[in-house]
Design a protein around this ligand. Structure first.
Ligand code: SF4
Length: 506
């Protein structure tokens, strides 16, 4: 036996005897019995995940398996195992298939799940992205359990959007000419690729290189396609500035929470206020949340079979369209109205208008629906347009009357048309919404919003680690978001139902 002598030398210096320490033998080999069932304690969360997943109808996952008894082919891993592995991994902030495969080799919880087997990372990676419909169905099934447990009531649902970084850098965004150059280069490289067996490197490495080049070429082609679609909806001036990412063409530059811009996706999450359960999730490419409330309500209805009674949202989702749409669906909307922009006197000053001829000097005649100017002339109604939650009605004087007016130099020196005045009116439904939001009851409900709506967002980013997507493309990042939200919901079920029941049994 060889001891580590460094540990037997006294650190106290001359004149003292060496201490008697315990030996460490790193040359020995041991065979130990492993009782797999005892690898994790009785109330370990991995047991809860396995139990819950086992109770779900996983028929959609099984339907796609081709390896069946009596037919040639290798056996496959049970979907219950692969789902449980991913859920347990996400719960612990692990979102890499390779990392899960490594953990299966030594981590007791993963070993308990697999029965000491190691699952190949390719199998894990493919499973995560290849079962979209089945995963959506599983999300709904789990919602059914949570609803049965009384954790979902749909009495009050808070909705919010959160930006998640894409798996692409700022530098991957290029204009059309650069993308075309890169694509040409990639095509040349693909054409120059030879027989993998004839290269100096191993066949496996050569094939991996070829695959990487082909994927690069496909991404560049996709980026050019996306860029052309974006250009089609833009003015000539903006077309030149349009850029797309060569790494993840679906990503968009968005304003992040801390004020920086970066390649991102917009995750839309609806949370039931009763126990902060996520009842709907989607990932969009929209840089703002303005149009996301109605689709969110439709998702909740599709997931749970009924509409929420009340939706609580922040100012980014409160606008004329959402107020009207929620009123039509008979859903009580609680939200903050964006503050109105004050009239800018600077603009009038720039136009050379004297303060004595600012809009307040014009008198509105409600009966005749017109304005009378300081010169005594009438400004008739001309047009109206909706802006945010208000309607802007424009009234204009006759140009011939202004041209002959002694006040023209002070009133409208730089316009060839007659002077105009804008009257901003609040639509009746907006006025009713504003009146409701001024009540103490509505204010009290709104104050709960941040605590409920932002709780799952923070959990998913901090505990599950979804600050940045690992996958690329809208479809795959949506799958990642669903996995994360499913894990979050199961964590709440473990915390609120499974653990208390276990404790009660002890
Ligand atoms: S310039 Fe036109 S709008 Fe202004 S005071 Fe004279 S008539 Fe009225």
């Amino acid at each position: 036996m060889e001891n580590d002598k460094a540990w037997t030398v006294s650190p106290k210096g001359q004149g003292q005897r060496p201490i008697r320490s315990k030996p460490i033998n790193r040359q020995q080999m041991l065979l130990r019995p492993v009782e797999v069932e005892k690898l994790v304690e009785e109330d370990h969360p991995v047991r809860a995940i396995w139990e819950l997943v086992g109770r779900m109808n996983l028929g959609s996952f099984y339907a796609e398996i081709e390896s069946v008894e009596g037919v040639a082919g290798r056996p496959v891993w049970e979907p219950q195992l692969l789902i449980s592995l991913w859920l347990y991994a996400y719960k612990n902030g692990v979102n890499s298939a390779r990392e899960i495969a490594r953990l299966c080799e030594y981590h007791p919880a993963y070993q308990w799940l697999t029965g000491l087997e190691v699952v190949n990372y390719h199998t894990l990676a493919d499973f995560r992205i290849c079962h979209k419909e089945a995963l959506d169905q599983l999300f709904i099934e789990v919602l059914g359990v949570l609803s049965y447990e009384g954790l979902i009531t749909l009495e009050r649902v808070m909705h919010d959007g959160t930006k998640v970084k894409a798996c692409a850098s700022d530098k991957s965004f290029h204009r059309k000419a650069t993308l075309q150059d890169h694509l040409g280069l990639a095509r040349e490289q693909v054409e120059q690729m030879g027989d993998p067996g004839s290269e100096e490197v191993s066949e496996r490495v050569a094939k991996a290189r070829q695959r990487a080049l082909r994927e690069k070429q496909e991404r560049l082609q996709e980026a050019l396609k996306v860029l052309e679609q974006m250009e089609a909806s833009r003015s000539n001036e903006k077309k030149e500035k349009t850029r797309a990412s060569s790494t993840d063409p679906d990503a968009r530059i968005m304003l992040q929470a801390k004020g920086a811009y970066g390649p991102s996706y917009n995750a839309q999450i609806s949370t039931d206020a009763k126990a902060k359960i996520i009842v709907g999730v989607e990932v969009t490419q929209a840089s703002t949340d303005a149009a996301e409330l109605e689709p969110a309500v439709e998702r909740i209805e599709a997931n749970l079979g009924e509409k929420p009674k009340q939706m609580v949202v922040d100012g980014g989702l409160t606008n004329q369209a959402t107020i009207e749409s929620m009123a039509e669906k008979q859903i009580d909307l609680i939200g903050a109205l964006p503050e109105r922009k004050a009239v800018a006197p600077d603009r009038l000053k720039q136009r050379g208008v004297s303060p004595d001829f600012y809009p307040q000097a014009f008198e509105y005649d409600e009966g005749a629906d017109c304005y009378r100017c300081p010169g005594g002339k009438v400004l008739q109604y001309e047009t109206e347009e909706r802006q945010g939650t208000s309607v802007r009605r424009r009234y204009r004087a006759k140009s011939s009357e202004c041209r002959g007016c002694p006040f023209q130099v002070q009133c409208c020196p730089r316009t060839k048309r007659g002077r105009s005045v804008v009257r901003s009116e609040t639509a009746p439904e907006i006025a009713a919404f504003q009146a409701k939001m001024e009540t103490p009851e509505a204010q009290a409900i709104y104050k709960q919003r941040a605590g409920v709506a932002e709780f799952p967002n923070a959990w998913i980013k901090d505990k599950i680690g979804l600050r940045q997507f690992r996958l690329r493309g809208l479809v795959k990042v949506t799958l990642e978001a669903v996995w994360a939200c499913l894990t979050y919901n199961i964590c709440q079920w473990i915390r609120l139902c499974w653990k208390p029941r276990r404790l009660a049994q002890v």
